[in-house]
Design a protein around this ligand. Structure first.
Ligand SMILES: [Zn+2]
Length: 234
């Protein structure tokens, strides 16, 4: 029966348990598949003392929640603003510690950027983030694989206000959103150092306008819970 043990040894590397686990890159979620009139407002690059409190005030006045993709190196300079976001029931996602573009970086560099922000945010009393927004929307397979391995959902956007270009008026920003809004839309704004008053003014008009038109505004995590199963087996 020696042939049998030879055979087993030969087959061993093919047995799934003995194969190294190859992780799959996390998908970039740009919109949530739902028929419900629910959308998520997201704000990147903050917190700032100039714009974040104004946006928070508008959200609170309208009793809506949004998701803030926070940059650690900004949060460490203004931890009190981050605390206000958490106290107001906003969701905090990660936008990296240094706003590092996660393309053509090695896995260790990517991991450090993500971990550093995770450590900072949790040290400031924020629950460990589960959502990641890629700076510049840029990534490659290495970055998406590391993010997936670290348990992150990568959140893109379906409505790009392009507010960071500082070229558009508040009404242009509002119009862009109202034209493109759809069930499950993820809308991107910025509350970082390069933002402008146009963003604040747009949000001030947009939030009540959306509500009046029957839209519900919620965080990205809540929106994700509404995802329709694409292949429901009964
Ligand atoms: Zn950014």
């Amino acid at each position: 029966m020696r042939w049998l043990s030879y055979l087993l040894v030969a087959l061993l590397p093919w047995f799934p348990l003995h194969r190294p686990t190859i992780s799959r890159p996390a998908p970039v979620i740009k919109q949530v598949l739902t028929t419900q009139k629910v959308v998520a407002l997201t704000f990147d690059d903050g917190p700032t003392r100039t714009w974040t409190p104004e946006i928070l005030k508008i959200l609170k006045e309208n009793h809506v929640r949004a998701t803030f993709f926070v940059v650690g190196s900004h949060a460490i300079q203004r931890p009190e603003i981050l605390k206000d976001e958490v106290d107001a029931g906003m969701e905090i996602g990660s936008h990296g510690y240094q706003h590092l573009t996660l393309r053509q970086k090695d896995a260790a560099q990517v991991k450090r950027e993500i971990e550093q922000n995770e450590e900072l945010l949790t040290s400031l009393g924020v629950p460990k983030p589960t959502l990641y927004r890629l700076p510049g929307g840029a990534s490659d397979a290495t970055a998406l694989r590391v993010l997936g391995d670290m348990g992150y959902k990568v959140i893109g956007w379906s409505v790009d206000t392009r507010d960071w270009r500082r070229r558009f008026s508040a009404s242009q920003l509002v119009e862009r959103v109202m034209k493109q809004v759809e069930p499950g839309a993820i809308i991107i704004f910025h509350d970082g150092p390069n933002s402008s008053k146009a963003t604040v003014d747009a949000v001030k008009t947009l939030v009540p306008d959306l509500i009046k038109s029957g839209w519900k505004l919620d965080t990205v995590s809540q929106l994700l819970k509404l995802e329709r199963m694409p292949h429901h087996v009964s």
